[in-house]
Design a protein around this ligand. Structure first.
Ligand SMILES: [Fe+2]
Length: 298
């Protein structure tokens, strides 16, 4: 079964200490067990993209145009049609219409630079090139400033449906389309501002859980039907059917006080999810939470 890999700020464990002192990674690190370990060509390519994206990020140059190679395109063409079939049947309307508007296709890996320009026109959001994991506060600061950090590398070809770290398939097919929606963009920006503004570990944890169970692994009701909303589900051929149909998954109504007290494990398939009645509901619940925490960002 496919392992999920989709933590919003890239795999950091929920450790209040780590939240306060996040690490900054200046060189590519592949975790033990990564399918790309031992593949010199893959590692060379990852190092090249790491350096390029890091430079573009630090110098505020926007996403670089990438000349994707044959292997990267092959992987995209293998994975994205399978996801597309599942999206058509199970994704929220919000997601589907945005994906169509952005003209993200099964054939070509999109250029983040062009997607970013489009988002900027629609919702005043933009994409920030991310070399990989970013320190959590850096990540949320970008979001608070209406920039969404997005990777530009593709997973290893030996396991096209698995990635131990968020890659471009996760980011581009999971996170980017909903940024076309104004309510979604405002909600996300508020999470970013609030996390970046508070230094209280328990508030960060609560906001991360809110984000995890909505932006990353949320389900949503639409016209009486339960649909997939979260990017971690949308970018995984295993998680989509699992989230909606598996008898091993509990699906409860999204109650903020329950959500912010519920832990999660990003290293395995998700077995408890929350169903939000609407995006408007999520946005207003988040605003209520930020007010309750007295974080002065509203
Ligand atoms: Fe994510």
């Amino acid at each position: 079964m496919e392992k999920p890999s989709m933590l919003v700020e890239y795999g950091a464990p929920i450790d209040p200490e780590a939240m306060v002192k996040p690490p900054d990674t200046t060189e590519l690190e592949l975790e033990p067990g990564h399918p790309g370990l031992g593949d010199e060509g893959y590692i060379r390519r990852r190092r090249e993209l790491f350096a390029l994206c890091r430079r573009h990020r630090l110098e505020n140059l926007g996403p670089p145009l990438i000349n994707y190679n044959g292997e990267e395109t092959r992987i995209w063409r293998e994975v994205s049609p399978k996801l597309d079939e599942l999206h058509i049947r199970y994704a929220s309307r919000l997601y589907l219409s945005a994906k169509r508007e952005l003209a993200i296709t099964r054939d070509e890996i999109p250029q983040l630079r062009l997607l970013s320009e489009r988002l900027e026109r629609e919702t005043n959001m933009h994409l920030v090139p991310a070399e990989g994991a970013l320190p959590y506060r850096t990540f949320y600061q970008y979001i608070g400033e209406r920039g969404f950090p997005v990777t530009q590398f593709i997973r290893h070809g030996s396991h096209p449906e698995f990635t131990p770290e968020p890659d471009m398939i996760h980011d581009c097919l999971g996170h980017v389309p909903p940024l076309m929606n104004r309510d979604y963009a405002e909600m996300l920006t508020l999470i970013g501002k609030a996390v970046a503004a508070t230094h209280k570990g328990e508030q960060v944890l609560a906001l991360k859980r809110f984000s995890w169970f909505s932006i990353e692994f949320g389900l949503i009701e639409e016209a009486g039907e339960r649909k997939v909303f979260g990017a971690g589900i949308l970018s995984s051929t295993g998680e989509i059917p699992n989230s909606l149909f598996s008898p091993d998954v509990t699906r409860k109504p999204f109650v903020t006080d329950v959500v912010i007290n519920t832990d999660y494990d990003p290293s395995r398939m998700q077995d408890h999810l929350f169903v939000a009645p609407s995006l408007t509901f999520l946005r207003s619940e988040l605003e209520g939470l930020v007010r309750r925490f007295k974080i002065p960002v509203l």
